[in-house]
Ligand binder design. Structure first.
Ligand SMILES: O[C@H]1[C@H](O)[C@@H](O)[C@H](O)[C@@H](O)[C@H]1O
Length: 554
């Protein structure tokens, strides 16, 4: 904030042109003042260019949501269009082909991102989305449909890794959490839109082909626009492309209508170089991969990052949310609701609305605190739903009090999920150092899709074999196990730079240290604001006041 405000007032005449003119016209005293005051380049508010990049890359999130969301609607309207009535086996193969493809795509995505760069991998995912959609829309047999879903799944897996990675490498640290959540908002929005269009096309002949084909539009838009988008500065520095990195840093970190100071650009590049100091631009791709793998397995801070990232993705999936996402129509039909598709839309809508709450809270309250507060809420909601299932009469209708309790507490569960664990694991890239970021995020993403595949393929059997009460009770137990893992191992990362985070993981999980650092950074921002406004902060409530006032300004 202060970097931006000070620059805005002192370098108002500087235009966002070339680096040459910026260094010539540059008001050194303003920058010296900032550097002396320890104001980091990361303090700035994201400029319109960063927002544009975030929105563009979030098309990947939208496609992830849309492509995983449309299948339940498509399955109900396919009828005999694929040659015969779909059996249960056909349906589950068609559904899980995407999760399997995504698992495989997630495994290779990080390494590809390290080797080819973030931008080219995003373009590759777009190609898979488009090819997969064309195969499905033109399918006349079950196996062609499965093949299309599988190809698209690779795109989904790759996109689920690359979008948050790209955003977190572009975003100023104070806003990183929120910008990454915009991508999750796009996922949940994609799911809602897929459900809504699916419901609208349910009775239209071959409507499912339109539903599938529509996904080609955002994929093509993103692909065309992304050709002109830059690589991330972190990736460029890791390849020794320093001048390009500086250019992108100027675009990304310059305040609105201004240009960021050259000394802050230099400072940022130096910092990125320090964190890449053992990376050799002349290495071959194989050497680079072997090096990353060794670093990931043998360096304790990297191993800790892997444990945390995989644990969070595991909690997200094994808490059972996607069983609701994929099978909520059948669940609510069992409970006795007539318009079960509409009720499912409520589930997807609640997920999306509460993702907005997460957007507001994630950088202010912090990732760790949000999880510690929301996971018990998920577990309690699941336990109440499990009890209600136990008492639900077998011939219940939607008007049965127990049916209403189930619907209400399912919505509470989704709300708690979406405000916390539905989002936080996608902040995964911030845990890894540059040398292992691709590989580390791949492992975490693969954990997500392996969990997704396990839950979506066992849920119906579990409901039958251990009853709905048993299934939801089991998910509640897994949530609480996850809570313990978060309590013991997940440090606070809000307000910290990617480099700070890797620093404190060196000596353990760094829970206390990270909390202190995060608090300190936050207070620094408040103090800078107070100084500028001429406000003296003396009492605790004044700190709280300044805190909310400063946030309102941002
Ligand atoms: O973060 C997303 C989001 O919560 C989606 O709604 C869910 O379907 C995905 O599995 C998850 O990764």
């Amino acid at each position: 904030m202060t970097a931006e405000l000070e620059l805005e007032s002192k370098t108002a005449s500087q235009q966002f042109s070339s680096s040459k003119s910026s260094s010539e016209n540059f008001d050194q005293s303003a920058v010296d003042h900032e550097v002396a005051a320890g104001v980091d380049i990361e303090s700035g508010r994201p400029n319109p260019f960063v927002f544009l990049l975030t929105i563009l890359v979030s098309f990947s999130g939208f496609l992830f949501g849309y492509d995983t969301g449309y299948i339940s609607g498509a399955l109900t309207s396919i009828g005999i269009d694929l040659g015969h009535e779909l059996s249960d086996g056909d349906e589950s193969f068609i559904t899980s082909a995407t999760s399997l493809g995504a698992l495989l795509g997630g495994i290779i995505a990080g390494t590809l991102a390290d080797v080819l760069g973030r931008k080219w991998v995003t373009l590759g995912a777009n190609t898979l989305f488009i090819v997969g959609a064309i195969i499905q829309a033109a399918a006349h047999t079950v196996w062609t449909m499965i093949a299309g879903r599988f190809v698209m799944g690779w795109g989904v897996g790759i996109a689920s890794l690359i979008a948050p990675l790209y955003i977190s490498e572009m975003a100023p640290s104070r806003f990183r959490g929120r910008l990454v959540i915009l991508n999750v908002l796009a996922i949940t929005g994609g799911q809602v839109i897929a459900y809504a269009i699916g419901a609208g096309l349910e009775d239209v002949g071959n409507g499912w082909r339109v539903l599938v084909g529509l996904s080609i539009v955002p994929a093509t838009v993103q692909m065309v626009m992304f050709i002109f988008m830059p690589e991330t500065p972190r990736f460029l520095v890791s390849r020794g492309r320093i001048d390009e990195a500086k250019r992108v840093i100027r675009w990304v970190y310059s305040p609105r209508h201004q240009i960021v100071s050259e000394s802050l650009v230099e400072k940022k590049v130096k910092l990125l170089e320090i964190y890449n100091n053992d990376q050799h631009p002349e290495w071959t791709k194989i050497q680079r991969f072997r090096y990353s793998l060794r670093q990931l397995l043998l360096v304790p801070e990297n191993m800790r990052a892997v444990i945390i990232a995989c644990m969070l993705q595991g909690i997200q999936q094994f808490s059972g949310f996607n069983s609701l996402m994929y099978f909520s129509s059948s669940l609510f039909a069992v409970v006795g609701f007539d318009h079960s598709t509409a009720v499912s839309l409520i589930v997807a809508g609640t997920n999306m609305v509460f993702t907005i709450l997460a957007f507001i809270l994630i950088d202010r309250v912090g990732r760790r605190r949000i999880l510690l507060c929301t996971i018990p809420g998920m577990a309690i909601s699941l336990v109440v739903a499990a009890i209600a299932f136990h008492y639900l009469p077998s011939d219940a209708t939607g008007a049965d009090p127990w049916a209403i309790v189930i619907l209400l507490f399912m919505m509470c569960y989704v709300a708690f999920y979406a405000s916390g664990i539905g989002n936080v694991p996608w902040q995964q890239s911030e845990l890894f150092s540059m040398q292992v970021r691709g590989l580390g995020t791949s492992l975490a993403t693969a954990t997500n899709w392996a969990g997704n595949l396990t839950i979506s393929s066992t849920y119906l059997t579990m409901m039958k074999n251990i009853t709905p009460s048993g299934t939801f009770g089991l998910f509640a137990g897994l949530c609480m196990l996850g809570w313990l893992g978060v309590f013991l191992m997940y440090p606070e990362t809000a307000y910290l730079t990617l480099e700070d985070i890797q620093g404190f993981l060196k000596s353990g999980f760094g829970i206390k240290k990270s909390q202190a650092m995060s608090r300190e950074q936050r207070q620094k921002h408040i103090a800078a604001w107070a100084k500028k406004e001429g406000v003296e902060i003396v009492e605790a409530e004044h700190v709280a006041y300044a805190d909310s006032a400063v946030e309102k300004q941002l």
